[in-house]
Design a protein around this ligand. Sequence first.
Ligand code: DON
Length: 349
Amino acid sequence: MVPRHWRASAAILLLFGMAVYTTALRPLGAQTATAQTVVDAAYAKFKTVTEGKNADYIPALAKVDPNLFGIAVVTVDGRVYTAGDVTTEVSIQSISKVLTMAQVIQEQGLDSIAKRIGVDATGARFNSIIAVEGVRTVVGTGAPEMNPLVNPGAISATSMVTGRTSDDVWKKILGFHNDAAGRTLAVLQDVYKSESDTNQRNQAIGALMRAYGYIKGDWQQAVDLYTRQCSIGVNARDLAMMAAMLAAGGRNAVTGKQLIDAGKVPGILAVMATAGLYDDSGKWLYQTGLPAKSGVGGGILAVSPGKFGIAAVSPPLDEAGNSVRAQRAIAAISEALGGNPYAVRQISN
Ligand code: DON
């Protein structure tokens, strides 16, 4: 026989548990009535923001319409909420670095990237050559203090995708992006040409990474494939699909295709949390708690693990190189939907 006061305690515990569930831990499904409203409200609030400036060091990016603004949220069970322009494509740019890192990790294991490239913030700009020289001093003493989300690490990660010919490697890289987006994507040829004509700095980085042994094969091929992957055209919905795939443990939330083993996803998210928004990665994580990645084309995707992927596209960037409107929209929507994985909401009476 269970003593009466035990039963009373059990009942109180149960009620407490239900209160926690309904106020803090309930799945996004219970909030669907508000998710579209939240996305619409963020669109309306931030569409008039005019701060920031398109990237122009790749000439084609300066020509993209700065008014373009689209937002998408995809839940881990495949519901899609959008606002604004979610069909016009921008180049994916550095967001592709997440997918290529993920592809290498899926093929070759978590250690492959950690040992060859590293998983530490460099504290330097994404295309810093000084950072490469700095890492040189610790090569041989352990894993390099770099990561696959800055250009030297990303070009090296691209060089690690296996394939008999350059064409085979490219088909795999594009195929992985297609599977993550859940549709067939294509390179924006004007961006690819524009960046190929002006990427002497990345070529220098590729050559250095080859000289220092991070790239084992053809560095020129690696730089070219990297440039091509950065030129893949995506809209906000595509990016949110990619983010939702990571939120859902590596499974495309809409098509159901498993792209990455669930056990490998936390490592990928950790690198995004560390280095996803360039020099402002710490500030972003402090504000939102979301692993994310931005690209100079104006896209940002962010991941609320187990809940949803979210993305926004808006070309004007701030000083750190991150889309102004995309950051604000994602932060506001995630806050409203309880997306911060570090936060436990206060329990009200
Ligand atoms: O290599 C570049 O400069 C561009 N293709 C990508 C830059 C970018 O989005 C910044 N990333 N960390």
